[in-house]
Design a binder for this molecule. Structure first.
Ligand code: GN1
Ligand code: MG
Length: 359
């Protein structure tokens, strides 16, 4: 099996340029991600490494991106957090730059680990909260200014609004027609959310893509182990990581649910997630707690708006496997945005009840 031109022989040749023992490896594409090309590398039946081609169009500053990850790894050391190792190239570099095949990196595979796309399990929701809080506590000693913005304005609503309006102005009639309800929701919600400002919030080193399948769990102990997919690790507000987690954890339908009726906001899962955050005690400031709930509707809205803009742009950014995929994702994300907006007062109450401020 291959991803595009990356057949097993090519993948094996690229792998051989990294500092891995010379033996026979088997490669298998992992097709969950929408941006990079990812391969699981096994020795016999034992998974050993993750080999990835970094999407250079989406991440132009690969050196900066890899530098961010190396910097964060120095802080992500705790007996409650599993370390992933970066495997250097044979020359000792953190990534491979190949004139034909682009940018590649290799990471160790965490044995007996598993990731979930969605969940109905309260224990998983709780563990997700615990490990996200652990990640933030460990990175709280790292200076956000030392991190490169791998995608500038990634979660900046004003920027995503401009991109949406540009895409709409250039879109073809057929796609505008197919997306007319989503476009109306986008306009209405932009009006509602655009005035929100986060100036009083502390900048933190954030993961910026804390959807559930970016967390690894142990298949043996069922504990959350660590966060993966660190390409968007950069400055941000905690509510980004909170909202990205809630948009999947509180919604067992996920962003690819077959029909809109499957998109729900499940209070017990939301509460379990907050209980998990609280297991790590106090780590948020009062003004972060006061705005936290906003992440739960802002993040799905931003992701929905990005999917809609990409649909209007004829699918240039995300990988799609069928024509309406971006529009379908947008509708599901907008539907969850509506559900989360309806839960605003409830979320506020839960956050006050369960999370303790540090000051
Ligand atoms: C993209 O490729 P993947 O799944 O890691 C996107 C995220 C979205 C995600 C799915 C750099 O990530 O922001 O959460 O799709 N990453 C980038 O919605 O755009
Ligand atoms: Mg990602």
């Amino acid at each position: 099996m291959a991803i595009g031109k990356y057949t097993s022989p090519i993948v094996n040749k690229l792998l051989a340029r990294f500092d891995v023992p010379e033996t026979d490896y088997h490669s298998e594409p992992l097709t969950q991600g929408l941006i990079n090309d990812t391969f699981l590398i096994s020795q016999g039946t034992i998974p050993r490494y993750i080999l990835q081609r970094i999407n250079h169009k989406v991440f132009p500053n690969v050196r900066g991106l890899m530098g961010n990850i190396q910097r964060a790894f120095e802080h992500l050391r705790s007996d409650r957090y599993t370390q992933i190792a970066l495997v250097p190239t044979k020359e000792g570099a953190a990534f491979l730059e190949d004139s034909v095949h682009g940018f590649w990196r290799v990471m160790s595979y965490i044995p007996n680990s598993i990731a979930y796309n969605t969940t109905n399990d309260l224990a998983i929701a709780r563990e997700a909260g615990r490990v996200i809080a652990e990640f933030h506590m460990l990175l709280a000693n790292s200076n956000p200014a030392d991190y490169v913005d791998t995608i500038p304005h990634f979660h900046d609503l004003a920027h995503r609004k401009t991109q949406f309006l540009d895409a709409l102005a250039a879109a073809n009639k057929k796609r505008i027609h197919a997306a007319k309800e989503a476009i109306a929701f986008a306009h209405k919600t932009l009006e509602k959310l655009s005035p929100i400002s986060f100036e009083k919030l502390p900048l933190r080193v954030c993961h910026n893509d804390t959807k559930l399948n970016n967390l690894l769990f142990s298949q043996k102990t069922h504990k959350a182990l660590c966060l993966i997919d660190l390409d968007t690790l950069m400055k941000g507000y905690f509510l980004y990581d909170f909202g990205d987690a809630v948009r999947i954890i509180s919604n067992p339908g996920g962003e690819d649910a077959p029909d809109l009726a499957k998109i729900t906001f499940e209070r017990p899962l939301f509460e379990a997630f907050i209980d998990g955050l609280a297991l790590n005690g106090a780590f948020l400031h009062q003004n972060e707690l006061e705005t936290l709930r906003i992440g739960a509707f802002l993040m799905p809205f931003i992701h929905g708006l990005r999917a809609l803009s990409d649909y209007l742009n004829n699918d240039q950014y995300y990988k799609v496997t069928y024509e309406l995929q971006n529009l379908d994702r947008c509708q599901r994300l907008f539907h969850f945005t509506e559900k989360a907006l309806q839960e605003e007062a409830y979320m506020r109450k839960m956050i006050v009840e369960k999370l303790i401020p540090i000051d």
